[in-house]
Design a protein around this ligand. Structure first.
Ligand SMILES: *Cc1c(COP(=O)(O)O)cnc(C)c1O
Length: 459
């Protein structure tokens, strides 16, 4: 590819002037970049006219597809009226107030208060600072440790990366001190020989009790969890997990934060992932689908107790000294209000529920393939995990990059999906049609077949 690239091609221009995040450079050296020009429904179209079904909804967020007229219209109307503002000094756009009311109404809380950010990472950072601030103001300055889980993904800022349970953050010298990662609740991978799923869940609850006993509850600021781990490879919790750990956290007065950046706004078939798993957290972190991906925006949604405590803490120094310039951006708020209308009130969540059996059948059928060890998922988020040996669950040698090969073989067939570890993630837009979904699984099967034939002789 590189020697056929013209010096003024989009590929050459992108590489000369732009950085890509989370991108394997040898892969784009070999295969080139994909530069996109427009979107249509669940498809994106690149500058050379190639069409791709984006089975990752961009990065989980473009749930209403790439050309939803009502969302573009909401943005245009707001741009004509008040194109930008902040939420400092007691000033705030009316569209921000309206969105907060909408979020309170669809939240699992009786009453709720929202603080806006521009991303999910910033929302998690903000939540941690809120906890540190309110514990300090309540006379517990030592209550600072944050509990999360292995394989968790909470973002990339220094604090949210410290919460993230991925080994790659060691290149930044992270996590910072005071961030503890509990065992990832993935029974298939973390369960021990002869251990039942119920025993596995009980072991994780016991681990939590031990960590609290070791650290002292008076040092723990909060517990953060994604209802279904997303960027960790789509990992639903083991059976009974939240029912087992929540009473322990409650008993010790440790706030529970549900990071719903992926699961929020319908992905699991309910408005919030915590509803899918039957628990009510103390606060919710939202982003990604909050604006259906049409604007960068994040939100910390506090339930009544944390909202009151933050309010009281703020009284001690007369302000909460935190905020981003574009927090509560009026255009983002107008789009988010419309996205909630389209997704929650307008029937797209019903569509998630309607499509889920078809989606699960596609995953289950592929999981019978000799190269696939497990399928997992909830609602319209799913993953297929490649294994070299289905009995021992031994992974393929890392240097073979099997999941990258499968994803590349999909891209060659016009399907965008994402490799994560040795799994392939699928999280299509909620507007995907039944025939597009069938097409997606057909291409995926061809890709898995061709990569299997390619790598089998290499081991
Ligand atoms: C994507 C993600 C984040 C980070 O959001 P950004 O907008 O990329 O900063 C945080 N938590 C979860 C669960 C996510 O999936």
């Amino acid at each position: 590819m590189p020697d056929t690239v013209l010096p003024n091609s989009w590929d050459a221009r992108a590489k000369a002037t732009s950085f890509f995040g989370f991108t394997d450079l040898p892969t784009i050296d070999a295969r080139g970049t994909v530069i996109l020009e427009r979107g249509e429904g669940s498809h994106v179209i690149d500058v050379d006219g190639n069409r791709y079904l984006d089975a990752n909804s961009g990065l989980w967020n473009m749930v209403a597809g790439f050309d939803h007229p009502a969302l573009a219209e909401a943005a245009k109307r707001q741009y004509d009226r008040l194109p930008g503002y902040h939420a400092f000094f007691g000033r705030m756009a009316d569209s921000a107030v309206e969105l907060s009311e909408k979020l309170a109404a669809i939240s699992p809380f009786d009453t709720a208060k929202t603080f806006y950010t521009n991303s999910g990472s910033e929302a998690n950072d903000t939540m941690v600072k809120m906890l540190w601030f309110l514990h300090g103001a309540e006379g517990h300055p030592a209550k600072r440790t944050i509990l999360t889980r292995g394989n968790a993904y909470h973002g990339v800022t220094a604090v949210s990366a410290s919460m993230t349970g991925k080994p790659y953050n060691s290149v930044f010298g992270l996590p910072l001190p005071g961030f503890i990662h509990l065992t990832c609740p993935h029974y298939w991978r973390e369960g021990r020989e002869g251990e039942s799923e119920a025993q596995f869940t009980a072991r994780l609850a016991h681990e939590l009790e031990q960590v609290i006993a070791r650290e002292g509850a008076h040092t723990i600021a909060g517990f953060f969890a994604e209802p279904v781990q997303g960027a960790g490879g789509v990992i639903p919790p083991s059976e009974g997990y939240f029912d087992a750990i929540l009473p322990i956290l409650r008993h010790h007065g440790i706030p529970v934060i549900s990071d719903e950046v992926i699961t929020g706004l319908g992905r699991t078939g309910e408005t919030w992932g915590c509803q899918t798993y039957g628990f009510t957290p103390d606060a919710i972190i939202s982003s990604k689908a909050l604006t259906a991906g049409y604007f960068p925006m994040g939100a910390v949604i506090l339930g009544p107790e944390l909202a009151d405590r933050l309010e009281r803490a703020t009284r001690t120094i007369d302000e909460f000294p935190h905020g981003f310039t574009a927090s509560g951006h009026p255009v983002g708020c107008a789009i988010a209000a419309k996205a909630i209308e389209v997704v929650v009130e307008g029937g797209l969540i019903d569509r998630v529920r309607h499509l889920t059996p078809l989606f699960e059948k596609g995953l289950r059928d592929l999981a019978a393939h000799p190269m696939i060890g497990e399928w997992r998922g909830k609602g319209l988020m799913g993953a297929l995990e490649a294994v070299m040996d289905r009995d021992t669950r031994a992974p393929w040698p890392g240097h073979l990059s099997v999941s990258e090969r499968i994803a590349n073989a999909c891209t060659d067939r016009g399907l965008i999906c994402r490799p994560l570890g040795q799994s392939i993630v699928l999280c299509p837009p909620f507007v995907i049609t039944e025939s597009e979904m069938a097409w997606m699984f057909d291409r995926m099967r061809e890709a898995v077949d061709s990569v299997h034939a390619e790598v089998r002789p290499l081991v």
